[in-house]
Ligand binder design. Structure first.
Ligand code: ZN
Length: 96
C-alpha cells in the first residue's frame, strides 16, 4: 500500500482514525508488510503483500492472522502481541 493511504484508513470496528502503523517491510513508496493498530480499541490489522486487510472481527481468519503476527514477533510492539491477540481470539470462536 502507498504510505499516503495511512491518511484515509480508519478502524472498521469503531471508525477510529488515524491508525498507527508498524512497518515490517517497505520500499521507498510502498508498505509491503506491517500492521495497522487502532489506538482506541487496540485491534490490529495486517498489511500483507502490500494490501491492508481491514476487516471486522467476524470476517477475520484468526488463526492465519495470529501466525502472521508471530512471524514478525521481534518487530511487533509487545502490547499488540499481548492485547491484540487476546482481542482477536476472545471475540469469536476458540483458536485451534
Ligand atoms: Zn478500533
Amino acid at each position: 500500500m502507498n504510505h499516503a493511504l495511512l491518511d484515509i484508513l480508519a478502524c472498521p470496528t469503531d471508525g477510529f482514525f488515524p491508525l498507527d502503523v508498524h512497518i515490517f517491510e517497505e520500499t521507498a513508496d510502498e508498505i509491503i508488510s506491517g500492521i495497522l493498530v487502532c489506538s482506541k480499541c487496540l485491534r490490529w490489522y495486517p498489511i500483507r503483500g502490500k494490501i491492508p486487510e481491514l476487516f471486522p472481527d467476524d470476517l477475520r481468519d484468526k488463526d492465519d492472522e495470529v501466525k502472521f503476527l508471530y512471524r514478525w514477533q521481534e518487530t511487533v510492539p509487545k502490547f499488540v502481541l499481548e492485547e491484540g491477540i487476546n482481542l482477536l481470539t476472545k471475540s469469536g470462536s476458540e483458536p485451534v
